[in-house]
Design a protein around this ligand. Structure first.
Ligand code: IMP
Length: 207
């Protein structure tokens, strides 16, 4: 593409319609001079996420958005990986309860998570995020970055901010759940923030 990342990459389509993620990325990337456009604003429907790895799903979403818009595209795939559950819900985080016959909602996912961990002493888990930036749909060298944010799973919710599993995701070093953090604080420490910092570093290397 004519616009090299890190130089003139002003307009990038975000391959997600998740309002929570859009808010977080927008806050983080705006500071780096990148204007994100949600794919929904450009009429791009959600891509399938059929793969068993985060990176394959993110790449599929980024390619899909770049192909339909002609713009560079950023996609993430993320989820919660819980040690005592062998890494579940993992890539299926958004559909955790649904896959077990429940609803596709944060409330159902959280209730199912608490149920699966009942009586379990090991509460360790982490949020994982992989980010993929393609300069165009057939970019042979997508930029890929990842981030992990370690915490523990509670069995009762705390806090009102964030989305998804945040009210149950406790950060011992902050003595708070992700949902108790101010959005700006979460945005500076989260798995997405870690992945994004790595991605921005890669973009700088490309200059
Ligand atoms: P994706 O849209 O396929 O990446 O699915 C991400 C899912 O992982 C979300 O729907 C949430 O269930 C979970 N998730 C990812 N990041 C976060 C976060 O920062 N807070 C809470 N839940 C998250």
């Amino acid at each position: 593409m004519s616009e090299l990342p890190g130089t003139r990459l002003a307009r990038v389509v975000l391959a997600s319609n998740n309002a929570g993620k859009l808010r977080e990325f927008d806050a983080m990337l705006g500071a780096a001079g990148i204007a994100l456009i949600a794919q929904g604003e450009l009429g791009v429907p959600e891509a399938e996420e059929p793969h068993v790895t985060f990176v394959e799903n993110a790449l599929a979403k980024a390619r899909h958005a770049a192909r339909l818009t002609g713009l560079p595209a950023l996609a993430d795939d993320s989820g919660l990986c819980v040690r005592a559950l062998g890494g579940e819900p993992g890539v299926y985080s958004a559909r955790f309860a649904q896959r077990a016959g429940g609803e596709k909602s944060d409330a159902a996912n959280n209730a199912y998570l608490v149920e699966r961990l009942r009586g379990q002493a090991d509460r360790r888990g982490y949020y994982f995020c992989v980010l993929v930036l393609v300069r165009h749909a057939d970019d042979p060298e997508p930029l890929i970055a990842e981030g992990r944010w370690h915490g523990e799973i509670l069995d009762a919710p705390r806090g009102e901010h964030g989305f998804g599993y945040d009210p149950y995701f406790f950060l011992p070093d902050m003595n708070a759940t992700a949902a108790q953090l101010e959005p700006a604080v979460k945005n500076s420490r989260s798995h997405r923030a870690i992945a994004l910092a790595a991605l921005l570093a890669r973009l700088k290397e490309e200059r």
